[in-house]
Design a protein around this ligand. Sequence first.
Ligand code: ADP
Ligand code: MG
Length: 262
Amino acid sequence: RAGNHIQALSFEVKIMGKDPVAPIRSFEHAGLHPAMLENVTLCGYHIPTPIQSYTIPAVLTGHDVVGIAQTGIQGSGKTAAYLIPILSRLMGKARILAAPRPNPARYNPMTDRVRAEPLVLIVCPTRELACQIFDEARRLCYRTMLRPCVVYGGAPSKLQREQLEMGCDVLVATPGRLMDFMSNLNLLSLHRLKYTVIDEADELLSQGWEEIMDKLFAGSAVSEDADHTYLMFSATFPKAARKLARDYMEDDHVRIKVGRVG
Ligand code: ADP
Ligand code: MG
C-alpha cells in the first residue's frame, strides 16, 4: 500500500491509499478554475507546498483525504491545501450556487433573512484558527459567487447570526457555536453540504468533541449528497480519528503524511 515518497524543501511526504494521485508541480497545470488560479496568484502563492501538491489533485479527483502533518511543522500550507481544490470545484458549479441570496447592494438585515445552507463546513478547535481559515477563504473566494462566514464561541452571536442570514456557502466554525446555530434550523441547515473538513482533528477529539465529530461525519444525517467529500487534518492520527476515517471515508481515500526530514 505504501507508495512513493517525495522530498521537497525540508519536508518529506508519504502517500498511502489504493488509488495513488500524481502530485502537481505548479498551480498553473493543476486544472484549477481560472478564478481560483487568479486568486492563488493574488495571494502570492507561486509554488505548491508539499501537502498542497498532493491534496489538491486528490480533492480535484473526488477523493476523501486524511492529512497528517507532524507537530512542530508550522506553515505547511494546510489551509490552502484543502480550500484551493474545494473552492475551485464549486466555482465551476454555478447551478449549485443558485440558492436564494439577497441582493448585497440592497441588503436590509431587518427583512432579508436567508437560511444559511453552506456547501462547505470546516470545523476547527479555536477561534484564532477559525479566523485564520476564514481570512484565507475570503481571499480565495475573491470576486466569485462564494460567500464565506465564520462562527465561534466567546463572542456575541448577534453579528455572526446576521452574517449567516445574508447567506453562506463556506462556513468555518468552532464546534460549540456550530451546535448552537445548528439547533436553530431556521438559521442554519447542513442539507446541501458537499464537503466536510475537520482541521486539527486530534485537538478536537482530545477536547471531548468526539461525539459531535461523529455526528458531523455521519453524512446521511447531515447531507443529502451521496458523494459527500470528507477531509481530516491532524498532527497525529489517534484511534478516534482512525475510527472516523474507517467509518465514514471511502475506501479509496488518500492519506498524506508530511514529516520533517532529519
Ligand atoms: P499550516 O496550517 O499548515 O501550519 P497555514 O495553512 O496556516 O499552514 O499556512 C501558513 C502560511 O503559508 C500562511 O500565511 C499562508 O498564507 C502561506 N502559504 C500557504 N500556501 C502557500 C504557498 N503555496 N506559497 C507561499 N505561501 C503559502
Ligand atoms: Mg494552520
